[in-house]
Design a protein around this ligand. Structure first.
Ligand code: 3H9
Length: 687
């Protein structure tokens, strides 16, 4: 028997526990051992029923994703999960799944192969495979519609969102939710003398084939809107629809084929990469062993603008009291009004109760003149992006904050060391770059200064996770990881317009490829005034790969600052809908002819190649300089902060999947034709 399985007796029940930390992920060996234990129980006259549960906080988090990666790479043979599931389901004695924690993917599939499901309160069940670019592959698309109906099964398999215990009970997935432990609940159910009842034999909740096909058409359309260009969601819908027209075993074969096609595809490789990449960011090599994060019990935020008030919400959302200060009473009032509006909107959508809104608001205390800042364990500065101003604020904070408090700047580009140098405690200073809107976006770049102490880094990495953020450690340079890479990418987009590509064509070349927004439309959203300021600062510092002049400067000078002025690269009516502006086309022609820039036609492919090569090459430099700890951290930044499609894995994974030699050849060809801008950086990572 596998060492990951233990069997104990509870009255006449055999309790089989899967104990494979951290999350009881299934391998062939573990599932085989479960099936063997169930078969052995069938032969044992002293055993009346089998109870299957998980050790720790999880029932089973699904198939082992590392194992799936190896199978996809051809390093391991295809799975035979269905055979083991069938043996469990065929048991002549009742098998009861006792869900002590989440049952996801293969975990829910295993639970559904059992005859009954008893759950502890607060657990979740789900088929999240689509988030890994897969469809359920061990019977999920066939058993779930038999328990919960075709519509519910399509929803869960297509979108991958988990269902809470109460919803799962109502849907028919669970049989019972118990107050105490799941195993005790399952023992009680067994004592009632329940009979064997196989999910595969259920027909009562299956729609007829035609009704399932109509539902499938609706869900496929919804998938195209919610998860455009992804292969797995419509394939999952299709496999659930098959349950309504095929016999069970035939349905399983249909599902398996769909699962294997997805597993062989590039999208699942990219999404599995992102899954592990997001979990790797927290590991910081080189921190001294035993370094202890400081306890953070109270926070303070300096600056109540959009960023400052969003950051204050992050603390309050995590249950931490936070002071919010601004030198202007009007700004403070506006910041608080925004916070209130935000919480009320969340309550309006049913995401928060009225009591939660009140509790969170009560945690945010507005103050003038840094009143009470001496009590904070961390202060986050979020004032206007100007070095002298930030240095002034840090000088003041240095005189107020208690010794040992962490002083973080929310700068998005500026020199963290120059800010730290305005204090007498640079070891307590670091960057904490939230993305806008700070209360929504998960990404935080944690920027380590030259003097930042290891325990300060450890504190902010841990605190970020407490705030439910995704922290990525970055070195100190202009723009850190994200904005530094975004600059040459956007610069290429602008340059292509200067060379004759229509504005919309440039944006669509990238959105058609999967980017959430085009690079020029992003300019209008963020503000062309903001990008102008960044370019000026880059110019002042002599940052390479940032063009010293561009047509975007002209738009800025004309007062076309983007959405805020209703005109930038596009024009905006009342809403945010971007309209083409013939005036921009005229201005750019004039600009290019004045600059002597040659005009030509560009294909979407050319546009993508240049913008993405510029992005990847800068990523390679960042990696080479040690600004990012690993290539996958860069991917996490782009997927979570810049709308890079997760199913392409992030820029570094995408480049590696294309082949780094091929990327180098294309850069070299551009370098030979157009000069130093395209000089290939060292391209030698694996993701
Ligand atoms: C599937 O089941 C396919 C089947 O249909 C068919 C097969 C034929 N495998 O997230 P956390 C690791 S596909 C391997 O930080 P939390 C994770 O990397 C699978 N490892 O904890 C991390 O490792 P480390 C469908 C896994 O408490 C550690 O566990 N299932 C797996 O915030 C802790 O993870 C899913 O998609 C796995 N399946 O959240 C569920 N899961 O410490 C994926 C986790 O070294 N998992 N790890 O960095 C989750 O959603 C969350 O991990 C969970 C816990 C909610 C369970």
């Amino acid at each position: 028997m596998s060492s990951a399985i233990t069997s104990t007796r509870h009255a006449s029940c055999l309790v089989v526990t899967i104990d494979s930390p951290p999350v009881n992920a299934l391998t062939e060996e573990i599932l085989e051992a479960v099936a063997e234990a169930v078969a052995a129980a069938a032969e044992d006259p002293a055993v009346g029923a089998v109870i299957l549960t998980g050790a720790g906080r999880t029932f089973v988090a699904g198939a082992d994703i590392r194992m799936l990666e190896r199978i996809a790479a051809g390093e391991e043979p295809p799975l035979r999960f269905n055979e083991a599931m069938a043996r469990i389901e065929q048991s002549p004695k009742p098998v009861i799944a006792a869900l002590n924690g989440p049952a996801l993917g293969g975990g829910l599939e295993l639970a559904m192969a059992c005859h009954y499901r008893v759950a502890a309160q607060g657990i979740q069940v789900g088929q999240p495979e689509v988030k890994l670019g897969l469809i359920p592959g061990a019977g999920g698309t066939q058993r779930l519609p038999r328990l919960a109906g075709v519509e519910k099964a399509m929803e869960m398999c297509a979108f991958g969102e988990p269902a809470g215990a109460a919803a799962a009970l109502e849907a028919g997935i669970l049989d019972r939710i118990v107050e105490g432990g799941a195993v005790e609940g399952a023992v009680a159910l067994a004592a009632e003398g329940v009979a064997v009842r196989r999910t595969r034999d259920r027909q009562d909740r299956l729609s007829d084939g035609a009704a399932a096909e109509s539902l499938a058409a609706l869900f496929t359309e919804a998938c195209a809107k919610r998860m455009p260009r992804q292969a797995a969601p419509p394939a999952a819908v299709d496999a659930v629809a098959a349950a309504a027209r095929l016999a069970f075993d035939e349905g399983l074969r249909y599902e398996k084929k769909g699962f294997e096609e997805c597993l062989e595809g590039e999208q699942s490789k990219a999404l599995m990469h992102v899954f592990f990449a997001e979990r790797a960011t927290g590991r910081v090599p080189g921190l001294p062993a035993g370094v202890q994060p400081l306890a953070v019990r109270a926070a303070a935020v300096a600056g109540a603008g959009t960023m400052g008030s969003g950051i204050a919400m992050c603390f309050a959302n995590a249950g931490l009291p936070v002071l919010l200060a601004d030198s202007s009473a009007e700004h403070l009032e506006r910041g608080l009004a925004n916070i209130r509006r935000n919480y009320e909107a969340a309550a309006g959508k049913g995401r928060l109760s009225a009591e939660q809104v009140q509790a969170r608001l009560a945690l945010i205390r507005p103050v003038r003149g840094y009143d009470g800042f001496e009590t904070a364990d961390i202060v986050v500065e979020a004032v206007f992006e100007e070095l002298a101003l930030k240095q002034h604020v840090f000088r003041t904070l240095d005189g107020i904050a208690r010794p040992g408090a962490v002083l973080a700047t929310n700068t998005s580009t500026l020199d963290v060391d120059a800010i730290a140098a305005s204090t007498r405690r640079p070891d307590s200073v670091l960057g904490m770059h939230f993305f806008s809107p700070a209360n929504v976006m998960r990404l935080v770049e944690v920027v380590r200064g030259r003097a930042t102490a290891p325990h300060v880094i450890a504190t902010v990495m841990e605190l970020s996770r407490r705030l439910k953020k995704l922290p990525v450690l970055a070195g100190n340079c202009f723009g850190f990881i994200g904005n530094r890479m975004f600059a040459p990418y956007r610069a290429q987009a602008v340059s292509l317009v200067e060379q004759g590509a229509p504005v919309r064509q440039v944006d669509e070349a990238l959105t058609n490829w999967g980017m959430a927004m085009g690079p020029l439309a992003v300019g209008d959203l963020v503000g062309l005034d903001v990008y102008w300021l960044i370019r000026q600062e880059a110019l002042r510092l002599g940052i390479p790969h940032t063009p010293c002049a561009s047509f975007e400067d002209e738009l800025y000078k004309l007062g076309r600052h983007g959405q805020k002025s209703r005109a930038g690269w596009y024009v905006y009516g009342d809403g945010r809908r971007a309209g083409d502006d013939p005036e921009v086309a005229r201005l750019v022609r004039e600009y290019s002819s004045w600059q002597g820039i040659e005009q030509r036609a560009w294909s979407e492919r050319d546009i993508r190649e240049r913008t993405l090569l510029a992005l990847i090459n800068e990523g390679a430099r960042i990696l080479d300089e040690g600004i990012a700890l690993r290539a996958s951290d860069i991917d996490v930044v782009f997927v979570n902060g810049f709308g890079f499609p997760a199913w392409r894995g992030g820029p570094m994974h995408y480049a590696a999947a294309l082949g780094l030699d091929r990327v180098r050849d294309r850069l070299q060809a551009l370098y030979d034709a157009e000069g130093p801008y395209w000089k290939p950086a060292p391209l030698n990572w694996t993701t």
